[in-house]
Design a protein around this ligand. Sequence first.
Ligand code: 6GU
Length: 254
Amino acid sequence: MFFHILTLFPDMVMEGLSTSILGRAMEKGLIHIEAVNIRDYADNKHLRVDDYTYGGGAGMLMRAQPVYGAYEAVVEKIGYRPRVVYLTPQGEVFRQSKARELAEEEHLILLCGHYEGIDERVLEEIVTDYVSIGDYVLTGGELPAMVLVDAISRMVPGVLGNGDSGEIESFSDGLLEYPQYSRPEEWHGKHVPEVLLSGHPANIEKWRREQSILRTAARRPDLLEHAGLTPEEWECAGRVLARTDQPPEEWEKS
Ligand code: 6GU
């Protein structure tokens, strides 16, 4: 899979993505990450990429021309118009389902804005997806773009390198992950739960499922609604919900 990141700060994104698992995935040729410096496409001799906003107001805007130039350079190179994700707090909030969907693309352009944003006209022409990483404001789209590259890359076969898909973790079944333990068996007076030492796979699986439900009920009760719980599992979750805040409507009915 190929990521083309359109940015004014190419070093920032490349340095942030070249370490650890993604660095190895790049070396293995499973993913390709290219930072395209928008400034390289500015057509004026001062290489100016920002300008004042019509109508006044604080701050500068990124000009349409260099953004479009950077986009066209990628299109020329790959020979078709790929999906273009613009990172903006005004986008749909990024979820695992979106990571899964975008991982199906062969090429993806990630467009990073800075200053007060980008001239609306170029966005209208090239952007296919508006994506936010949460309800807070950042200074630019670079960190969000890195977040997307990470989440999407681990959905690409071979990247995690353990023969498993990236799905067997928090969110794959709509629940948070169960607690995990490594050696030693006792640490600071705390013991590893007995069932995990039992060597009884069915009991371990049952315990982990229950822990996932309890943890989700305690920390992210909003996720339970879409997790497909059985009536018994709702009862299990309900014991936690009763101790915390308001249970979801679905639970009140059953
Ligand atoms: Cl995608 N961009 C910026 N600038 N701020 C954000 C964001 C994106 N997502 C959340 N906050």
